[in-house]
Design a protein around this ligand. Structure first.
Ligand SMILES: Nc1ncnc2c1ncn2[C@@H]1O[C@H](COP(=O)(O)OP(=O)(O)OP(=O)(O)O)[C@@H](O)[C@H]1O
Ligand SMILES: [Mg+2]
Length: 244
């Protein structure tokens, strides 16, 4: 399967480069008073460009909360989250949404495709507000669907695709705007194990080919064992950070 999508590689990881992410003393509290939930407490985390990082931990340990902060979908209650050297706290809503659109590709457990749009339209849509001409968007969407092995399915609606195919459309969509980072929250959670393994391999291939940072939440033991770096959360705290 060809997975190259023509994005220039990011600089190699190293101490000199600006980290993809730098979190310092990050906490997240949902609610207030007696209903307050400390979802994350005092997290320090540095992620280099092109790193592949798996986040693991029991249900409720704060994995999705952490990914939402990395995705600039939410702001921390305390501490700083720097994405590519920029503090997300200092950014307005417009800037945050441009950051999400241009820098970050999201892949979710539930695929989150728009049911009334075809695979190609789902991929194309995320570039609608970028100023890329329509013809170039159509061509890139077709190329990306080809790179995830779905050329023949480009005109199909999500309901006409298998779960694995839907997740491959979601991966093509995540790549559309040439993000520097791919964030995936349990991308295989709704797939059987063989299909899930294919999807994970695809994610890792595209991230490597495009020089992207890949952060993924997973329960798959095989991924955790193979991941070059694994961060473990327990009760909102980062309890281990291991590199193989
Ligand atoms: N919007 C919210 N409002 C209040 N509490 C929340 C909210 N979102 C998450 N929480 C709480 O924060 C904690 C961490 O939740 P989070 O979704 O990050 O866990 P998770 O590790 O992703 O779990 P899972 O593996 O089940 O997806 C949990 O106790 C959860 O109940
Ligand atoms: Mg979660």
């Amino acid at each position: 399967m060809q997975t190259t999508t023509g994005t220039a590689p990011a600089p190699a990881p190293g101490k000199q480069s600006t980290p993809a992410y730098e979190l310092t003393g990050v906490s997240k509290v949902y609610g207030s008073g007696s209903a307050a939930v400390a979802a994350l407490s005092d997290i320090d985390l540095r992620v280099e460009p092109r790193e592949v990082l798996a986040i693991v931990g029991a249900s409720g340990s704060g994995k999705t909360t952490l990914l939402q902060l990395l995705g600039a979908l939410d702001r921390p209650s305390a501490g700083t989250v720097r994405c590519d050297g920029r503090d997300i706290q200092s950014m307005g809503e417009g800037e945050l949404s441009r950051l999400r659109r241009d820098t970050i590709g999201f892949v979710f457990q539930q695929f989150n495709l728009i049911p009334t749009l075809t695979a190609r339209q789902n991929v194309e849509l995320v570039a609608a507000s970028t100023g890329v001409p329509a013809a170039a968007r159509v061509a890139r969407a077709a190329e990306l669907l080809g790179s995830v092995g779905l050329s023949e399915r480009a005109g199909h609606l999500p309901s006409q695709l298998s779960g694995g195919e839907q997740q491959r459309v979601a991966i093509a969509r995540a790549l559309m705007n040439r993000p520097r980072v791919i964030l995936a929250d349990e991308p295989t959670g709704n797939l059987d194990s063989a299909t899930g393994a294919d999807v994970l391999a695809l994610l890792q291939h595209v991230a490597a080919d495009n020089g992207q940072t890949l952060v993924l939440i997973t329960h798959e033991q095989a991924v955790t064992e193979a991941a070059p770096r694994v961060v473990t959360l327990r009760d909102g705290r980062l309890i281990s950070d291991t590199r193989s």
